[in-house]
Structure formats: structure tokens, C-alpha cells
Design a protein around this ligand. Structure first.
Ligand SMILES: [Zn+2]
Length: 291
């Protein structure tokens, strides 16, 4: 599934192709459930004739701004793809939505697995939608102190917490595993048990893996393509997610492992990311014995 670096790359590659152009018409195919809100007819009617003013990203959503003030949000989920093409180009299989653009091109949405969703939101609806999502990890205003407080105020297992889009947005399985590996933190630990130094380390590894992946235009495992149809080139940068259980850790040489944590497959090095014996004992050996 595309995560922050992939969605940001799609957004950046589509922006020059869409901004300033009018959407003349919206054609929705037989699979109308790709439109989450409002109903498909209203979706098409409110977009037709509107000009695209800007493209942005919020979490894993592409956000298309219109001159009406409405915004179109697109979540690509597993296999959704967007491409701007000439109208006479052959229409690929699994095309569910086509927007006719001024000057003749089409924005086409294909999705083999059909999990992707589109919504059209009024300004108020967009504010509520955005407020329901968590912190943007690459926001310049997002600080290590804020992240530490967020971790300490929850008592949740780290892996599912990092995937929770109401906690922090844009992180999925790939970059959660990479960030925890590089911070040398076991994904099964609880968020409030991290030390200050560990929370700061995790803050930095999250930002580093995301900005590094963005510089390589995202990770293509199978399906992901950017707005120009090009795959990302970040796969070679992955240090843990792309390994198989038993492969040597590229940090310590011991075999890496795959665990299921929070119902998600999770790659880790059991040596580099060892669980602390008992965090309370580690911090205060004398007082813990009396309890
Ligand atoms: Zn290791």
C-alpha cells in the first residue's frame, strides 16, 4: 500500500499536469463504490466545470483543490493508480473513473483490487476530515517533544500505534518496520515505556526513512507507480522490511525474524531490537525488588 513517500510522489508528479486545468466532465464506471461521498451523481455534478487550483497530501490521501473551495480526496489503498493520458490512448482494464480535462487529456483512475476511495468534501467537511487524522511526521512544526508526549500519553504497542492514522499519519508497514529497526526498538514494546532518548531516536528515524524514501520517489514492491507511470527506486534502501526471516541482519549479522504484531507481519532483528528485561527493573533495581 502506498505510504507517505509514495503518495507525496504521486501528488508532486500530478500537480504540474492538473493545476490550472478545468475538469470538464467526470465519468464513473460500473464500480460506483469507489466514490465514498457524496453519491456518485452529486460527486460528478459538483466537480464538472471546476478548475484544479492545487494538489496536496494529507496522510495517505491525495487532496485535489477546486476553485469552488471543495476538495477531492483520493486514497489509493492497495492498487489504485492515477495517470494523465491522451484521450485516444487505450483505456486499461480496471479503469473505474475518468476525468476529462481542458486541453483534451484525461485523468484516469485504475484499481485492480478496488479498495481505493474518492470523496468530494466541502471546506467544513475537509476541516473535520483533516482534524480526524493524526500528526504529519514531516511537518516542520512537529517536534521530538511533541512526539515523546504523544507516545507517553498512550499505553499502546508500538507497531500498531505507528500504523494508527489518528495517531500519526502516512506511516504503513514498510516505514514502521524500517524506523523501529534503525532506532533499535522492539515493535512489541509499549509506547509509554520508551525512554526519552528512545522517543527522540524514533522521532528521527521516522523522519529519516520517510525523507530518504521521498528522495528515491517511493518504494515499489509490486504495483506502485508515480503520476508519470514510473516506479519508485527506494527498495534498495530498505534494511529490514525487504528481508526474509533468517537472513543476516545488516547491522549485527544475526538472523532477522518475522513476527505478527497487532495482526501485521513485522520484520525485526531480535538482537538489535531486543526487549528490555523489565523496564522498571532496568531503571530502578532496588525499588522493584521491594514490590
Ligand atoms: Zn541485528
Amino acid at each position: 500500500m502506498p505510504e507517505l513517500p509514495e503518495v507525496e510522489t504521486v501528488t508532486r508528479t500530478l500537480a504540474p499536469l492538473l493545476c490550472g486545468r478545468r475538469i470538464e466532465q467526470v465519468d464513473i464506471g460500473a464500480y460506483t463504490r469507489c466514490i465514498a461521498a457524496p453519491d456518485p451523481a452529486s460527486f460528478a455534478a459538483r466537480i464538472a466545470g471546476r478548475m484544479v487550483t492545487n494538489l496536496a497530501r494529507r496522510g495517505k490521501f491525495i487532496v485535489i483543490g477546486l476553485d469552488s473551495g471543495d476538495r477531492v480526496t483520493v486514497h489509493l489503498r492497495m492498487t489504485g493508480e492515477l495517470a494523465v493520458t491522451a484521450p485516444d490512448a487505450p483505456i486499461p482494464q480496471h479503469t473505474h473513473l475518468v476525468m476529462e480535462l481542458s486541453e483534451g487529456d484525461q485523468l484516469r483512475y485504475t484499481d485492480v483490487r478496488k479498495f481505493g476511495r474518492w470523496s468530494l468534501l466541502s471546506p467544513d467537511e475537509y476541516e473535520a476530515f483533516s482534524a480526524s487524522l493524526g500528526a504529519e511526521p514531516l511537518d516542520p512544526l512537529f517536534t521530538p517533544e511533541q512526539f515523546r508526549d504523544m507516545l507517553w500519553s498512550r499505553k499502546r504497542i508500538l507497531k500498531p500505534l505507528l500504523l494508527d492514522q489518528t495517531f500519526i499519519t502516512g506511516i504503513g508497514n514498510i516505514y514502521a518496520d524500517e524506523a523501529l529497526f534503525r532506532a533499535r526498538i522492539h515493535p512489541g514494546r509499549r509506547s509509554h515505556e520508551l525512554s526519552e532518548a528512545e522517543s527522540v531516536a524514533l522521532y528521527h528515524t521516522i523522519r529519516n526513512v520517510l525523507t530518504g524514501a521521498l528522495a528515491h520517489r517511493g518504494t515499489t514492491l509490486r504495483n506502485y507507480r508515480d503520476g508519470n507511470g514510473q516506479p519508485g527506486e527506494n527498495l534498495a534502501q530498505l534494511r529490514i522490511y525487504s528481508r526474509n526471516a533468517g537472513d543476516p541482519c545488516d547491522e549485527c549479522g544475526n538472523p532477522v525474524a518475522r513476527l505478527v504484531i497487532g495482526q501485521r507481519g513485522t520484520m525485526l532483528c531480535p538482537v538489535c531490537q531486543a526487549l528490555p528485561q523489565n523496564p522498571e527493573v532496568a531503571r530502578a533495581p532496588d525499588s522493584s525488588r521491594s514490590g
